[in-house]
Ligand binder design. Structure first.
Ligand code: R5P
Length: 331
């Protein structure tokens, strides 16, 4: 399909998030201005909230990278994505490669009692409407990939975070050596990823928590397995929503298990409710997130460090456009 000399066509769903514009800017820097073509669109809203995107340029037989990000209301953005895909497909775009830095509803990936498996349902709907290829970053559960039938790629954020933590640490305190740090998972869902990362980077060890939730947004109990007496610790999660999971884990590590310094990392900074206050007042030295979702000014706090996904996603788009490997472990 692609031969590397073709143009790269990108189209971004409209909202206030600046990540799509930053990805396009980076792509232009990496590949040359004339190689990257932005497909223009408008988004109209009816008074009752209905959304109507209009694609302004021809996309017939064009491979389109559709950049989809979440600004605030997740369900509105999901519908917006569907309308964009429908418009692009009906206008002849093929294939449609959806770049979704954050995959919403990933926490609903299995059912208990009479519940939907929303993550699976959405994957099927996206593909039914037009997604020929879905590209995302840190997934809540790697098995979600199996909910998609068509081409699917995920890129990790671990190297990005490690680079950012190293830079911060060396600027503030001096040498950063992974073997001086323990990696901690805040719940069982992250256990495998954290163990593998710990082995890959030669961390000083790993450990983690078993989390008991009573209902969404409410954690009943967190049990720690491991030992971090006198150690520096990085807690790694896929997302931080209300901040309860991370702050609860951090507090225990410092107060009950003797950790020295605790840094929190979460790819998706949803930061809802009291999260900014909870995390600012927590024991964390810093809280690192990416810009996978829009973080408005009022959600920012002093301890928050945001690492942009733009350079990595630009590189991923460039590689895919040339049919090059984007092997997971490279990120
Ligand atoms: C849950 O299993 C996720 O991986 C996160 O730990 C969780 O969603 C974070 O939510 P909160 O910040 O509200 O505790």
């Amino acid at each position: 399909m692609s031969n590397g000399s073709e143009k790269i066509y990108v189209c971004a769903t409209k909202n206030k998030h600046d990540l799509p514009a930053n990805i396009i800017k980076q792509l232009r820097e990496d590949c040359g201005d004339d190689k990257v073509v932005e497909i223009r669109s408008d988004l109209f809203n009816f008074k009752n909230g209905e959304q109507k995107p209009v694609i302004n340029d021809s996309v017939r037989r064009k491979e389109i990278f559709l950049l989809w990000t979440i600004e605030e209301h997740v369900d509105t953005e999901i519908l917006k994505l569907m309308f964009y895909m429908d418009a692009l497909r009906r206008a002849g775009a093929t294939p449609i490669r959806v770049v979704m830095p954050f995959f919403p509803y990933a926490r609903q990936d299995k059912k208990k009692d009479r519940e939907p498996i929303s993550a699976s349902m959405l994957a099927r709907i996206y593909e039914l409407i037009g997604a020929d290829h879905s590209i995302t970053t840190h997934l809540h559960n790697d098995a979600i990939e199996g909910f998609f039938f068509k081409q699917f790629d995920k890129v990790g954020t671990q190297k990005l975070f490690l680079g950012a933590i190293k830079t911060y640490w060396e600027k503030t305190y001096g040498e950063f050596n992974p073997s001086d740090w323990m990696l901690i998972f805040p719940d069982e869902g992250m256990a495998k990823q954290v163990r593998e990362l710990s082995e890959r980077i030669g961390a000083g060890g790993y450990g983690g928590f078993a989390k008991h939730r009573i209902r969404p947004n409410e954690v009943a109990k967190m049990e720690f397995f491991g030992s971090c007496e006198g150690k520096n610790v990085i807690i790694i999660d896929d997302m931080v929503d209300t901040g309860g999971t991370l702050a609860g884990a951090g507090k225990q590590l410092i107060e009950l298990h003797g950790a020295k310094t605790v840094i929190a990392v979460a790819t998706h900074g949803l930061l809802n409710g009291k999260a900014p206050q909870v995390l600012q007042e927590s024991c964390f030295e810093k809280v690192f997130v990416t810009d996978s979702v829009h973080i408005p000014e009022e959600k920012k706090f002093d301890k928050l460090m945001t690492v942009s996904l733009a350079p990595m996603l630009a590189q991923v788009i460039n590689k895919i456009s040339k049919d090059e490997s984007i092997h997971y472990e490279n990120w």
